[in-house]
Design a protein around this ligand. Structure first.
Ligand SMILES: CC(=O)N[C@H]1[C@@H](OP(=O)(O)O)O[C@H](CO)[C@@H](O)[C@@H]1O
Ligand SMILES: [Mg+2]
Length: 590
């Protein structure tokens, strides 16, 4: 590393000492903590992103969000050139630099890592990073702070790279720190994309690295035109419904509600009412995480909504669940979770593939036996896994965290992944898409309007509508809606695809959640020693009981998941295991 680069880093590093007594870890969704603890992390992740951009010769993304966490938390995740999550090989470096105790050790870490990764600092291409943030109020406060700092001349970007807009977060952190971090790498450029959903930022990074336009309007245009195409391909007898069949969406008082409100104006054939658009407290009694875990209607929904088709987004709009309010009391709902969304998508895709391959048999060059697979985690309801297997699909289980599911799904020609909480998408391989495009063209010229041509057209439109970078609640909602219209299904009919086994999820606050170590796709706890045997003894008390514990990667808790044949049994199993965890590791406040 050249001297000018070292001195540039040394100028800024001492300004951001790490918080004392806190160990930060790049978990399933990047770094997440109380916003007040993240000042140095933001700065350091800025450096990491610039290095990643130099290493890959591509644009990298940084998203400031804590998703479904309470409003006082914040976080940051890195989007790799493909638009996916940061490569897992770099996570230890992220942990190391976030926790480096002093300027000297941080600089040494950077020098050694850059050497090991053979990162050239004076290459032809400067580092470039796209920044995005959700609607957390801390973001706005810092925007002002940044502007003041900038006009006050305490930092000058000249010679450090060009920053188009600078925005920041919580009492002097976030984007400004990113900005300083990124521009501590010679020549680096940071471009602020403003307030966006997490999937929008990931989509933008992917688009940019494929030479496409990155604006929000191009994102919305892609979604609305592929949605329109799918609507036009509905069976004739289903073409007239839609407008009188309203969908009500809970926006979690976050960025997704705002964006959907703006976007819905451009959609025809779909009537959407958005509630919780940002006037209330972010994620408080609202949002996909709340609805899925508590199994009750969010704030703003009640008896007047009984029977309506409703959906809920999470705080950064990368999760989606559906529900309908079932009774006038207790805000009870019928939950249609990520597993059911996965099942609906799998059902539709499988049907289109079989139309496309009908009668092709073993003919040479004719059909392409696309490998269709689905990916779930241990949190998937057991009934969904059985249903998917009965459909003849390959089902793979991975660790919790979309990076694991995404990686597995990418091994299929069409890989569909969903977490039960509603995060998921459909990935299409390049090889399959090339074949599909050629086939579609041929079908257009030989048999336009045929069932096969329409099936090919639908699959192509799905690959455009569904976000190929990460799970995206906005594109997900459009695909669900168009499939329901295609099938002529109500939310209730959809929910009848299979019946969920009753389940319960609890969280337990413990002194040190890393004391829980798991194996076997997180279904078995190997530490603390003896706890699994105690859990097994509880499970044995319930017919078809299933239960596991794991440390959360995003909250300071140990999660307990239980399934059984009745709700009372699932509740009792979860509570007794939560007590075990509390006795073994707890601070007593569940
Ligand atoms: C049980 C559960 O819903 N866990 C969620 C949650 O992770 P935890 O590591 O469980 O806190 O947040 C992750 C990021 O959004 C998501 O990938 C994951 O599925
Ligand atoms: Mg989220």
């Amino acid at each position: 590393m050249k001297e000018n680069q070292q001195s540039l880093l040394l100028q800024s590093i001492p300004r951001f000492p790490p918080p004392k007594g806190v160990k930060l870890s790049y978990g399933t969704a990047g770094f997440r903590a109380d916003a007040s603890l993240l000042e140095s992390t933001m700065f350091r992740v800025g450096i990491l992103a610039a290095l990643r951009s130099l290493k890959t010769g591509s644009v990298i993304g940084l998203m400031i969000t804590a998703s479904h966490n309470q409003v006082s938390d914040n976080g940051v995740k890195v989007a790799d050139p493909s638009g996916g999550m940061l490569t897992q090989d770099w996570e230890p470096f992220a942990d190391d630099i976030a926790n480096a105790p002093d300027p000297h050790s941080l600089l040494q870490l950077i020098i050694e890592f850059a050497k090991k990764e053979e990162i050239g600092f004076e290459g032809r291409q400067p580092a470039e990073v796209l920044l995005g943030r959700d609607t957390r109020p801390s973001g706005e406060a810092l925007l002002d702070a940044a502007k003041q700092l900038n006009s006050g001349g305490t930092h000058t970007p000249i010679g450090f790279g060009l920053v188009h807009h600078i925005a920041i977060h919580s009492s002097v952190i976030c984007l400004f720190n990113f900005y300083l971090g990124i521009t501590s790498v010679v020549g680096a450029i940071a471009t602020d994309m403003g307030v966006v959903t997490t999937p929008q930022l990931h989509w933008m990074v992917r688009a940019r690295n494929r030479g496409m336009e990155t604006s929000e309007s191009s994102y919305f245009h892609q979604l609305s035109s592929s949605f329109r195409c799918l609507m036009d391909l509905k069976p004739e007898e289903r073409k007239n419904n839609g407008d009188d069949d309203k969908l009500v969406v809970d926006g979690a008082d976050g960025v997704g509600g705002e964006k959907l409100q703006q976007f819905k104006k451009t959609l025809t054939g779909l009537c959407i009412e958005v509630r919780n658009q940002g006037d209330g407290m972010l994620n408080e009694g609202v949002g996909a995480d709340y609805v899925q875990k508590e199994k009750v209607a969010p704030r703003g929904f009640g008896p007047a909504d009984v029977g309506l088709r409703c959906a809920s987004l999470d705080g950064d709009a990368d999760r989606l669940v559906y529900f309908s309010v079932t009774s006038n009391e207790n805000n009870k709902i019928e939950l249609v979770d990520g597993d059911k969304i996965l099942s609906l998508f799998a059902f539709f895709i499988k049907e289109q593939l079989s139309i496309l391959n009908e009668g092709e048999g073993e003919k040479e060059n004719g059909s392409y036996q696309a490998r269709l697979g689905v990916v779930q985690t241990a949190y998937a309801n057991g009934a969904s896994t059985d249903y998917l297997k009965e459909m003849g699909l390959e089902v793979v289980l991975t660790l919790t965290g979309v990076k694991y599911l995404h990686e597995k799904a990418a091994e299929f020609d069409i890989g569909i992944y969903f977490e039960a909480n509603g995060h998921g998408t459909i990935l299409f391989s390049e090889a399959f898409l090339s074949w599909l495009e050629v086939t579609h063209k041929t079908l257009l010229s030989t048999s336009e309007g045929s069932a096969k041509q329409k099936a090919a057209s639908r699959l192509l439109a799905v690959s455009q509508l569904i976000n190929q970078a990460v799970g995206d609640a906005l594109s997900g909602v459009l695909l669900v809606e168009v499939i329901l219209q295609y099938m002529g299904w109500s939310v209730h009919r959809w929910n009848e695809l299979y019946h969920d086994l009753p389940s319960r999820q609890l969280k337990v606050k413990v002194v040190d959640r890393s004391a829980v170590v798991t194996t076997n796709a997180e279904t078995v706890a190997v530490r603390p020693i003896g706890i699994q045997e105690a859990i097994n003894a509880e499970i044995a008390k319930y017919p078809q009981g299933r239960c596991f514990i794991r440390p959360s990667g995003t909250e300071d808790v140990v999660r307990v998941y239980a399934e059984a044949t009745t709700q009372d049994a699932a509740d009792a199993l979860a509570s007794s295991v939560a007590r075990l965890v509390d006795q073994c590791l707890g601070s007593g406040t569940a």
